[in-house]
Design a protein around this ligand. Structure first.
Ligand code: PEP
Length: 241
């Protein structure tokens, strides 16, 4: 059975008090959310601890936006998996295109982070997707196949979520057409050994397109950036029809 997973990626937005304000507005909406939907919030590291206290006993899961592959060590600025699990974090985004583009993340380091996350019981959300240039050059399928081959070496597919995030659709308002997202996600699924991996779509998901996206048979959820920052808008997304 494929699980529906809707995750909000807050990127580098929201202070601790802003995250508390968000929760006050958002939590009441979850009374309408079907219990089989997994709702995940991925705030900045500095918000995780306080949010963990608010969310204890709620249906929301906490996610981090990255994790290092070592358990500890002289890695200034990095965060290790045991630091996340001890405060109740359950998911972690790995290989987001912003990490690949701005912080030198490679398929090799993505693979190390995926394995470290799983070793410590975190569920990684692996992001893959093509640039506009790669899409226009007809390289989408090849690029995604290569990313999956390299990123998933020795990764347990029983404990994994994948997000198809076309880079040209992230933060641009230019959503990938839902049938096309469905097609690419089908292609991703065909390359997995476990057909039950949940595969999300991400890229300008909004309250006004979530119903159509979630109506697609291959799409098992969404990774949502901008529209997850505002309580009413993310509530409409998790309560899609
Ligand atoms: C993202 O950050 O993963 C994302 C998809 O952002 P947005 O929804 O703003 O396009």
């Amino acid at each position: 059975m494929r699980k529906i997973v809707i995750a909000g990626n807050w990127k580098m937005f929201k202070t601790r008090s802003e995250s508390e304000d968000f929760l006050r507005g958002f939590l009441p909406h979850l009374e309408e959310t079907p219990s089989e939907r997994e709702v995940v919030l991925c705030p900045p590291f500095t918000d995780l601890s306080v949010m963990s206290k608010y969310l204890h006993g709620s249906l929301i899961q906490l996610g981090a936006q990255n994790v290092h592959w070592e358990e500890n060590g002289a890695y200034t600025g990095e965060i290790a998996a045991p630091m996340l699990t001890e405060i109740g974090v359950r998911y972690v985004i790995v290989g987001h295109s912003e990490r690949r583009q701005y912080f030198g993340e490679t398929d090799a380091t993505v693979n190390l982070r995926l394995k470290a996350a799983q070793k410590h019981g975190l569920i990684p959300i692996l992001c893959v997707g093509e640039t506009k240039q790669q899409r226009d050059a007809g390289e989408t399928e090849k690029l995604i196949t290569t990313q999956l081959e390299k990123d998933l070496v020795d990764v347990d597919q029983n404990n994994l979520v994948i997000a198809y995030e076309p880079i040209w659709a992230i933060g641009t308002g230019d959503t990938c057409e839902s049938k096309e997202a469905n097609r690419v996600i089908g292609l991703i699924r065909s390359q997995l050994t476990n057909p039950n991996v949940s595969i999300q779509y991400g890229g300008s998901v909004k309250p006004n397109n979530i119903d159509e996206i979630m109506a697609q048979p291959e799409i098992d959820g969404a990774l949502v950036g901008g529209a997850s920052l505002e309580a009413d808008s993310f509530a409409r997304i998790v309560n899609y029809q």
